[in-house]
Design a protein around this ligand. Sequence first.
Ligand code: G6P
Length: 580
Amino acid sequence: MCGIIGYIGDKKASEVILEGIKALEYRGYDSVGIAVIGEDGKIIIKKDRGMLDEVSKKVDFLEMDGTLGIGHTRWATHGPPSFENAHPHTDCEGKVVLVHNGVIENYLELREELMAKGHKFSSETDSEIVAHFIEEYRKNSENFEAFRKAINRLKGSYAIVCIIEGEKKLFLARRNSPLIVGFGKGEMFCASDFTPMLKYTKKFVPMDEEEIAVVEKDGARFFNLRGNERKKKTIEIKWSAEEAERGGYPHYMAKEIEEQKYSIKESFMVDVRKAGELVKKYEKIDVIAAGTSHHAGLMLKYLFQKELKKKVDVVIASEYRYVALPDKETLVIAISQSGETADTLQAIKFAKKHGAKILAITNVVGSSITRIADETLYMNAGPEIGVAATKTFTSQLAVVYKLAFPERDFSYVADDVAGLIEKIREKAEEISRKLKFAKSVFFIGRGICMPIAYEGALKFKEISYIHGEAYAGGELKHGPLSLIEKGVPVIALVQKDETYEKMIGSIKEVKARGAYVVAITDSEEIGNIVDDAIVVECKEKLLYPFYFIIPLQLIAYYTSVERGINPDKPRNLAKSVTVE
Ligand code: G6P
């Protein structure tokens, strides 16, 4: 995920954009850049690797005069953070300049096509090819047509803002990555979210999927990808700047739960070919991870063993050294959102010393884990600010699924998730109001949903400060049942697969002892035997985890809020724990 911004008006563009980038930094901060069309009509670019504050010390952005410009703050996906890979990117001649947020899925094939035509690339990014395509089409078309034709070649996700030498216009395109146009008086804006624009205007048009816009000083026109014009209505936003930083959400966690409709899609696009070859070569696989990432590791184990018949061990990172036997026949898959968790880093160093090969799955480009690993898969979830992992968990799942089934397309899950959140939100809130006085909540599951029960319990305890514990349904009778008495909440994950009958048995066991039972299920009939149910529709049994974790995230979130806790900053916890 990256932040992009554009301005056209009478103000000094570099100033407006610089300030805007600061507000967008939560979307990524490994490099920044600004391009401005100068008084002579030529485009000037300044950019570098690092956070805005750092780069601003080296590069004087405000030196650039001009009233039309674009800016970018990067969260690296294709190509590590570097000067070359920082946006804006240009065509061969520096006449077409653009910023991009998203992932161009077919970029390798497009790059080859352009190279055959003689285009020279200065970066490793997928974004740069778009500028070269516009350059290519400009040979025979005017600028708008060239832009439109180039956009039509792209697969994947994009929010693009482009400027072209000699044009007093911003060219915009959007698909699966947010882009909003802001309407000022005699000046226009666009950005990845409302935040940087709120100071100047409250009137906006959020762009639709597969839409192109041409923005001039006095207004904007919108088109579909075929070039047919569309009429659009502006909306009014009344947020405060503070609210806007979180995109109008009360907490980052709420925002990040919703963002899963984008992030899951991005993560399903990850190229797993090289990692897949590695996995094929090894018979012995150890997964190392901590916290939420450990639960993604348990999912990996389930899929690899049950579906691919490949044996996998999953070990808590901090325990690895004491129990594991890595050797040169071992492939270690280390999962870490931050790529900085000390327990995980120490464990993989240990494994490496014993000759194991390391494959890392992480969200942060250039993080420490990537420097130790032999191969890295980036999950491209975009930065996560809330301490409790939500979107990075489902992105880890998406990468793990893609690794297990590289040929399958599961990306529709992302759209289902968007609908699901809306459908169940109220019910989740209602259940949270009943849970908020509990002393302890039990989560039970079986089979494919067992890791989700663990993750649900972790989410719940870390931000509600209520004890939450997950057990396999069959384990109840081996201990926890003694804690069940009247009113004790039990959240049961009941999917309609081979575990279904057994789960009903577990529910009856706790019901008989007076438990208050909430079912997360795809079975309508469960409603008759439990106290509350959240029914989810799931098209493929293999994908239950994506659908079942959403209600659990929402329940944890609302319970935390009901108890007056800030879910973004739970006491005693940190987003990334860099000490052992
Ligand atoms: C901390 C965070 C958790 C996270 C765990 C592992 O405990 O609070 O949310 O799951 O670290 O982090 P990693 O970055 O390695 O996935």
